[in-house]
Design a protein around this ligand. Structure first.
Ligand SMILES: Nc1ncnc2c1ncn2[C@@H]1O[C@H](COP(=O)(O)OP(=O)(O)OP(=O)(O)O)[C@@H](O)[C@H]1O
Ligand SMILES: [Mg+2]
Length: 271
């Protein structure tokens, strides 16, 4: 049955200016989990490092039309989007030409709105998407601001280690600024603890602190430290293709379920 999609795709930025906290791992595997649940997902690699593109098997020499072309309006979404090995999951890949410096220098007063405008063009509707996930770079630069201006919500991966909460106030400040200026409806989808080690007191302490301070903003699901999650991208696979029985795969399915639980009824029918 071809369900009519009355609603716009939900746009979720995966952001944290801290490096190596699990943004890309979350973007790839949350995207794959949503696709496994029958959703149509576009992942936008907004990091010049291009890790999400590599992790999903889009080789550098295959990245003909990239996020940069898409942002500057030089290419249509369908031209930039690459099919991945997962049904229902496509990706717009990134290369180093997506440097924030290039975008910052653009003599364009709408430079914070480039991604917003690219994602709100009629050609996006034609893709029939349910979710658009944006993998942000480890910075609060113009690229991450573009993601927050374009997004409905932000997922914040928080590594379960000391100092994890320190950078969060800066991120929250940026969210507040974007809300006050360009995107009043921007919300935090949730904060997800990543690389959680159950046997480690520190992980438990970080979780307790996060839940005390941030309450409902913290997802129930925590992502365990799981070697399968770190091995999968070197085989250019999501964890579901690499080891669907792993704890990492189960955790990202649970995270996707928490997000899908907030969907309008019309979409939930297709689960
Ligand atoms: N739950 C996990 N268990 C084990 N390893 C993980 C987990 N999540 C991420 N990793 C590993 O940690 C490293 C950093 O993860 P990832 O690339 O997802 O972070 P990032 O926030 O996107 O980094 P960057 O800021 O550089 O973009 C990678 O080697 C990844 O494979
Ligand atoms: Mg990354």
């Amino acid at each position: 049955m071809n369900l009519s999609r009355a609603t716009q795709p939900k746009i979720i930025a995966v952001a944290n200016q801290k490096g190596g906290v699990g943004k890309t791992t979350t973007a790839i595997n949350l995207g794959a989990a949503l696709a496994k649940a029958g959703r149509r997902v576009l992942l936008i690699d907004l990091d010049p490092q291009g890790n999400a593109s590599t992790g999903l098997g889009i080789e550098a020499d295959q990245r003909r039309l990239t996020t940069y072309d898409f942002l500057i309006g030089e290419a249509l979404p369908a031209e930039c989007a690459n099919q991945t090995t997962i049904d229902g999951l496509t990706i717009i890949p990134a290369t180093t030409d997506l440097s924030s410096a290039d975008i910052s220098l653009m003599a364009n007063e709408k430079r914070s709105f480039l991604l917003h405008d690219a994602l709100h063009q009629p050609a996006i509707d034609e893709l029939g998407l349910d979710y658009i996930l944006i993998d942000c770079p480890p910075s609060l630069n113009i690229l991450t601001v573009n993601a927050m201006v374009a997004a409905n919500t932000v997922v914040v991966p928080l590594q379960s280690e000391f100092f994890a909460l320190e950078g969060l106030s800066q991120l929250m400040l940026t969210v507040r600024e974007v809300r006050q200026s360009a995107n009043p409806d921007l919300r935090i989808e949730g904060i997800v603890l990543t690389m959680y080690d159950q046997r480690n007191n520190l992980s438990q302490q970080v979780e307790a602190d996060a839940r005390d301070n941030l309450g409902d903003l913290v997802f129930n699901t925590v992502i365990p430290r799981n070697v399968r999650l770190s091995e999968a991208p070197s085989f250019a696979l999501s964890v579901f293709d690499y080891d669907p029985t792993s704890k990492g795969a189960a955790a990202y399915l649970a995270l996707a379920s928490e997000i899908m639980a907030k969907e309008p009824q019309s979409l939930q029918r297709s689960s």
